[in-house]
Design a protein around this ligand. Structure first.
Ligand SMILES: Cc1cc2nc3c(=O)[nH]c(=O)nc-3n(C[C@H](O)[C@H](O)[C@H](O)COP(=O)(O)O)c2cc1C
Ligand code: SF4
Length: 451
């Protein structure tokens, strides 16, 4: 069945009024969120859904490490944490013959504004992440792993701990898994809610018990990671995609999406839509279909703009967004933005773009770890300039200055938070310059009231 006929089938069958979660019928060909009802998270339920068959397959059929990595490469799976780096390729960087300890880390920090998918996977389908991590550990010859969970979602942390206990008791984790020679110890750890701890090297510092500040790269975690040992880090959703790939084959996964953009993706749709929530759809699904799944723009208003991949991705005007498909290549090449973490923030025509940027700029200023001067000082300058423009105290020279400060942050910092702070500024000025000019000239907003 083609994506569009699947989409039509789903759209014609809306059955639920549930919002703000993943329990609805509005997924298209779901692989990670399929069959979830909010209660069936346990090992027994997961096994009943076919869980742990992929791990059993690799351990009982004699699949080799190279074959597992080749299957993941073939699948076209790209990291779901934001950068979209090919997962199989990343796994091949792990020096498998390294004689000392090697580590596997799951990044469940999920601090990017708008993103709320990883916590739902962990809360409602935790064993799919455990199984994906065990398969990854097998493929890379790793015996110890950690899942680093965001510090403000303690219920989710406790749920994951409970699932770990179940998996250990059933022999899916620990020594000699399913009677094989493969052993893997997996632990949960929680942070304390700092956005920067989602950056992989800051996460490693935090996991080591230090202040969560990014490290210089290179060296990359594959050679110098946790406690200085070779480490592979992937996002929660990335690991959750792995069991399906092993069960169904890399080619089948690739064919679910688009070339170079395999599989399904969970999009966290928020903002001005009727039904905010998480929607799992094949890569390459038209944005217009995703918007329809989310109930359309609230109150039938006009779509003004979309931030397509979490708050750090440049804004895309609504008209252009309606022509794009939801995959890494379309959003980057045709939309000039990024798919990022898949957090889709919808803005209707009642939104002031200056005020929207003000909120984003405040976030990045607040979350800068302060190590590098362009980010520490620059994020504050950006926020203060947008603030004065919003209050009607902007100067004519401010727009050029804003762009100049943003340009001078980009590429001049230790980690990508600097770029993440600068990109929304440049995107807003590029597409909505007239709103900023109106604020400066008339000291008022082009949209008069929020409704
Ligand atoms: C400031 C910042 C915050 C980040 N936050 C997250 C996060 O919350 N979750 C995540 O998976 N990746 C996050 N990343 C990306 C990670 O550094 C890393 O690329 C990712 O975990 C790799 O996993 P993947 O290849 O499966 O995407 C962040 C990056 C930066 C620069
Ligand atoms: S770019 Fe910002 S957040 Fe990243 S290391 Fe430098 S100061 Fe810290």
């Amino acid at each position: 069945m083609t994506t569009s006929s699947q989409a039509l089938q789903v759209l014609s069958q809306f059955q639920t009024t549930a919002v703000e979660t993943c329990f609805h019928d509005r997924h298209i060909g779901p692989q990670i969120l399929a069959g979830l009802d909010g209660k069936n998270w346990s090992l027994q339920d997961y096994v009943a859904r076919g869980g742990y068959q992929a791990l059993r397959k690799i351990l009982t059929t004699g699949m080799t490490q190279d074959e597992v990595i080749a299957t993941v490469k073939e699948s076209g799976l790209r990291g779901r944490g934001g950068a979209g780096f090919p997962t199989g390729l990343k796994w091949s960087f792990m020096p498998r013959q390294f004689p000392g300890q090697k580590y596997l880390v799951c990044n469940s920090d999920e601090g990017e504004p708008g993103t709320c998918k990883d916590r739902e996977i962990l809360q409602h389908n935790p064993h799919i992440v455990i199984e994906g991590m065990a398969i990854a550990a097998f493929a890379m010859g790793i015996s110890v792993g950690y899942n680093y969970i965001h510090g403000e979602i303690f219920q989710t942390y406790e749920r994951f701990e409970a699932a770990l206990e179940e998996a250990r008791a059933a022999g899916f984790l620990g020594d000699n898994i399913l009677g094989s020679t493969f052993s893997f110890q997996l632990h949960a750890a929680h942070g304390f809610g700092a956005y920067i701890c989602g950056e992989e090297t800051a996460l490693l510092e935090s996991l080591e018990g230090k202040k969560g500040q990014p490290r210089f790269k290179p060296p990359f975690p594959a050679s110098f990671g946790l406690y200085g040992k070779p480490t592979t880090i992937n996002n929660t959703e990335t690991f959750a995609a792995v069991p399906w790939i092993i069960n169904n084959g890399g080619q089948a996964y690739l064919e679910c999406g688009k070339p170079n953009n395999g599989g399904t993706k969970i999009f966290s749709v928020s903002g001005d839509v009727e039904r905010p929530g998480n929607y799992e759809v094949p890569m390459g699904t038209p944005f217009s279909t995703l918007l329809e799944l989310a109930g359309g723009v609230r109150k039938g208003r006009k779509l003004k703009a979309v931030i397509p991949g979490g708050s750090s991705s440049p804004v895309v005007p609504g008209d252009l967004m309606m022509k794009l498909t939801m995959d890494y290549d379309s959003i980057a090449k045709d939309g000039g933005s990024m798919l990022g973490s898949g957090a889709v923030i919808v803005l209707d025509d009642s939104r002031c773009m200056v005020k929207s940027l003000l909120r984003l700029s405040y976030f990045y200023m607040h979350e800068s770890c302060g190590q590098c001067t362009p980010c520490r000082e620059g994020t504050g300058w950006l926020w203060r300039m947008v603030d004065r423009i919003e209050r009607g105290e902007g100067r004519e020279s401010d727009l050029a200055l804003l762009d100049n400060v943003a340009e001078n942050i980009m590429g001049r910092t230790i980690c990508a938070l600097g770029d993440a702070a600068a990109m929304p500024v440049r995107g807003m000025i590029k597409h909505f310059r007239h709103e900023f000019e109106h604020h400066i000239t008339h000291k008022t907003c082009t949209v008069s009231a929020y409704v």
